[in-house]
Ligand binder design. Structure first.
Ligand code: BES
Ligand code: MN
Ligand code: ZN
Length: 493
């Protein structure tokens, strides 16, 4: 799909489909008025007949009107009062869903030709692009029937005021990167666990490095992981016949020698719970337990695609969590790379066990910040549902920067506490700490477990258990939090 910014007005631009906004109740935006004149009053007639009131998220096509547009697509923006980025985004999504089903090979959107309150032109363009690409995303499924025809839409213009052209072009460039990153994240996370193994992920990391100069990939095997003394990571993979990998992705787009940001992604390619076996209903969704890892791949892909001037190192511990005669048992004590001993009271709390060693490994890059991303706890889903990720950090500045990036990128995270009172719940009589506390504050105690491995680091943790994928009839990866991560990374310099 090709995107471009244009300063041309609706009356002039020839297109297979012109998209103009209508506010409730049936009030034309400036672009709609202009196109209406060029189209011999076709829009006004539709509105007067009461066929379209402009409700946010609704669309109505007008076919066969005069003028420069073969089709006119009216997009509802809701009432002018209270109009903003939310209604804008809803309109863009509705528009692309319509376009994806139709016959138009190209389209121009005038929805950002007028200022959207609270949304800079840069973000208006970027979000249009992200929305269009994600509406067009198809799961690489293994259905054997005929595939539905590919959408015809190949070129999409984003009209903006002439003064905003440059900002819109930047938005398009960044949006393209983010969309490519999200698509990679979704592809990886949507794959079944019998395909997407740790070995497979390592191969995809190498592929990423081949596709983008500036990206390097390495994958350590079980012997190398043993040499690193990652006893905690290894305790999770013990029950599985599938060999683990420690995958390292480096993207160098910034100054040589400038300290990188480390992104650490949970890569449990399937989480059965281990000996603390999970219940059968919904267990298939534990193929998504490598969504944190997938978002690290996606963020690196995005940065490399847009050529961002940052240095990032992705660290992905990848393994399966399986029960077997060799599996770690409740009560087993393991020694982490950092030297701390851990009593594994529940083998289903495995994410923190692989992440703590990966965080220790990230230290060798002397990172200026470490952010881990993990489908870590069901408790986070109970607390926040799917709209916000959980954001944990003892560092005020880092927490604020990540939360702000989430707001800007429309990929939100809500801060939760990290505090000694919660960390104390992880006391053990037999080891330095236990891997679980009680039922209370499960998302927080999980974060506090990781916190104990971050001495001297600027660290934040994103619990994406609710945000990373949808369930039910919409089941599938969302590609989050790639927009948040990338926005934060490109905003910092
Ligand atoms: N991968 C799960 C967390 C999860 C649960 C993600 C539901 C998405 C949806 C994690 O490894 C896990 O099993 N966590 C346990 C921790 C508990 C044993 C302290 C949980 O949340 O139940
Ligand atoms: Mn688990
Ligand atoms: Zn898990």
């Amino acid at each position: 799909m090709q995107f471009y910014a244009t300063g041309a007005t609706a009356a002039r631009q020839k297109t297979a489909c012109a998209i103009v906004g209508i506010h409730e109740p049936a009030t034309m935006t400036a672009a709609a008025r202009e196109l209406d004149r060029a189209a011999g009053g076709a829009i006004g007639r539709v509105l007067r007949r009461g066929d379209f009131r402009g409700k946010a998220g609704e669309v109505l096509p007008i076919m066969g009107a005069r003028g420069p547009a073969e089709r006119i697509l009216l997009a509802g923006l809701g009432a002018r009062k209270g109009y903003g980025r939310k209604a804008y985004r809803r309109a863009v999504v509705a528009v692309t869903q319509w376009l994806a089903k139709g016959g138009a090979g190209n389209a121009v959107s005038y929805l950002a030709a007028e200022a959207v309150p609270g949304l800079e032109p840069y973000y208006a363009a970027r979000q249009a692009l992200e929305s269009v690409e994600s509406a067009l995303y198809r799961i690489p499924d293994l259905k054997s029937g005929r595939k539905p025809p590919r959408p015809k839409l190949a070129r999409f213009g984003i009209a903006v005021a002439k003064a905003d052209l440059e900002a819109a072009r930047r938005g398009i460039r960044h949006g393209r990167g983010i969309a490519a990153g999200m698509a990679l994240t979704r592809d990886l996370a949507n794959l079944p666990a019998n395909v997407c193994t740790p070995t497979y992920l390592a191969g995809r990391a190498r592929q990423l490095a081949r596709e983008h100069k500036g990206v390097r990939a390495r994958a350590l095997d079980v012997r190398a992981i043993r040499r690193l003394k990652m006893g905690s990571f290894l305790s999770v993979t013990r029950g599985s016949d599938e060999p683990p990998r420690l995958i390292v992705l480096e993207y160098r787009g910034g100054r040589r020698g400038a300290a990188p940001v480390a992104l650490v992604g949970k890569g449990v390619t399937f989480d059965t719970g281990g000996i603390s076996l999970k219940q059968p209903p919904g267990m298939d969704e534990m193929k998504f337990d490598m969504s944190g890892a997938a978002s690290v791949f996606g963020a690196v892909k995005a940065l490399a695609t847009m050529g961002a001037a940052v240095n990032v190192v992705g660290v992905v511990p990848a393994c399966e969590n399986m029960p077997s005669g060799r599996a770690t048992k409740p009560g087993d004590i393991v020694r982490s790379m950092a030297g701390k001993t851990i009593e594994v009271l529940n083998t289903d709390a495995e994410g923190r066990l692989i992440l703590c060693d990966a965080i220790s490994y990230a230290r060798r890059y002397r990172p200026r910040a470490v952010v881990d991303i993990a489908t870590l706890t069901g408790a986070c889903v109970i607390a926040l549902g799917s709209h916000y990720c959980g954001l944990f950090s003892p560092d005020e500045t880092l927490a604020a920067a990540l939360a702000a990036a989430g707001e800007r990128a429309d990929d939100r995270a809500w801060r939760m506490p990290v505090a000694e009172e919660y960390a104390e719940l992880l006391k053990s009589n037999f080891a330095d700490m236990a891997n679980v506390a009680g039922r209370e504050a499960g998302a927080i105690t999980a974060a506090c477990f990781l916190w104990k491995f971050t001495d001297g680091l600027r660290w934040a943790h994103l619990d994406i258990a609710g945000a990373a994928y949808l369930t039910g009839s919409q089941k599938g990866s969302t590609g989050r939090p790639v927009p948040l991560l990338v926005d934060w990374l490109i905003h910092r310099d």
